[in-house]
Design a protein around this ligand. Sequence first.
Ligand code: PAF
Length: 286
Amino acid sequence: MPTLFRKPREIRNYLKSVRCESKQSIGFVPTMGYLHEGHRRLIRESKIQNDITVVSIYVNPLQFGQGEDYERYPRDLERDISICAEEGVDVVFAPSDEDMYPEKPLINIEIKGLTDILEGKFRPGHFNGVCTVVLKLFNIIQPDRAYFGEKDYQQLKVIQRLVKDLSLPVEIVPVPTVRDPDGLALSSRNTYLSPEERESALSLYRSFLLAEKLFKSGNTDANLLKEAIREFILKHPRVKGIDYVEIIDQDLKPVSEVKIGDRILLAVWVGNTRLIDNWRLGDAKV
Ligand code: PAF
């Protein structure tokens, strides 16, 4: 069983001895719990590359906006701990809100051109909440490496830039998205979907295959690809709307002419569930 810590001071002291006395490397997987196969992949990567793997389980209120799903976000600490045990996690950190935020933080972390676009535009304050909690967690755990899924691609880019701009002594390791066999990207929020909604949610992945096919047959006009994606997704009965479909380069800048390695990013409402997904163009055989 992993050792469970609730208090930042206690885990910090424990890991200090791991780091200083036993000179062991620390891999860190930050999560909001309700662990699935995608999290297992992050944990496995960390276990390969580090002596000790720490998983944090904390539904961070700061990254949810008003009217979002903070209250109903799925939580099951016991189940999460047994998944961590199965995966051979060494330490689980599951703090309370009082321990993470004894006072409402006054800091506001903004990375111009990265946190105010795409997700940041539709969820104002979201990345401030993500960056604040990730920075706090990095300060508490002080990991050598931290593992982030490509599923939240913008989050990954934001964290990479945070680390670069602040010279944080941690290596950010990206891990590819894990999908169900039919293509749905794994997310704790998939638990909100009814069977009919899940069927419509498959349109996200299938729209990527469509775009990939168009791209492979010589269509490089980003507007044409985005329009084809929109049209395809909106045909599905449980799709309520699309927040955005964008095609971006390595620096998250929208492109007009698409090249290999550019990424489609999208956010779609299926019923009352908001799903995000992304796709790197030029890789898949379609
Ligand atoms: O990706 C997530 O689950 C969260 O945004 C993170 C990184 C754990 C911060 O709360």
